[in-house]
Ligand binder design. Structure first.
Ligand code: HEC
Length: 187
């Protein structure tokens, strides 16, 4: 009888242990389930986000692509108008001189600008962005810069929106070309 009770005590212990274990397992699985559901949620969020992005970027991308087709000026230089270039230079004249030996203003002088190394006017405090850009102001580089200065050189301190018309850029660049002892040959 005593033995039986003792045994049954063991049985009870075993049963209790099993129940506790079962509860533990269920609890763990429950938490794990939560985790899985959480991850699922996140993934769903991310997926929704991922779908949004291509839509957005496609929209923006189309606009950007339109903007990024910057027509080259080379073909237009031969028939460019110096007079129109001079008129257009009024937009630059607040900040730039172009005569030989002229002083810097808000911006550096632009004498002999075609094929001039970028940022090489002595004594002018260029932005880091332009100072480190490198290369020379070839016809197309200059025209592309003038299309949208802040896009061509991110961080430039030249505050000028840009010249949208390719003809204007060609005329202005042609006008600047003339202000040199040896105007660069046309491309
Ligand atoms: C509001 C003033 C301002 C106007 C307007 C402006 N610029 Fe500038 N420009 C600057 C400044 C400032 C810099 C120096 C930029 C830097 O260091 O990032 C500069 C730099 C330049 C450079 C580079 C020169 C070099 O030595 O590398 C060129 C070329 C240039 N400008 C051409 C023009 C032309 C052409 C126009 C007119 C269509 C114009 N800019 C209008 C202020 C101006």
């Amino acid at each position: 009888m005593y033995m039986y009770l003792y045994m049954s005590g063991l049985e009870v212990n075993k049963i209790l242990a099993s129940i506790i274990l079962a509860v533990l397992i269920v609890t763990l699985i429950g938490h794990f389930g939560d985790l899985v559901i959480d991850i699922d949620h996140d993934e769903k969020k991310e997926t929704a986000y991922k779908i949004d992005v291509p839509e957005d970027s496609t929209g923006v991308g189309v606009v950007e692509k339109k903007e990024e087709v910057i027509e080259p000026i080379s073909m237009l230089l031969a028939s460019a108008s110096v007079d129109n270039g001079e008129k257009l230079f009024k937009k630059c004249a607040t900040c730039h001189n172009y005569e030989k030996g002229s002083a810097n203003k808000v911006g550096p002088h632009l004498w002999n600008i075609i094929n001039r190394p970028k940022a090489n006017v002595e004594g002018f405090a260029y932005s880091k962005a332009l100072a480190e850009y490198g290369g020379e102001w070839g016809y197309e580089e200059l025209a592309e810069f003038l299309y949208k200065p802040k896009k061509y050189i991110k961080g430039t301190k030249m505050n000028f929106a840009g010249l949208k018309k390719v003809k204007d850029r060609a005329d202005l660049v042609y006008f600047l070309r003339e202000h040199s002892d040896n105007p660069a040959p046309l491309p």
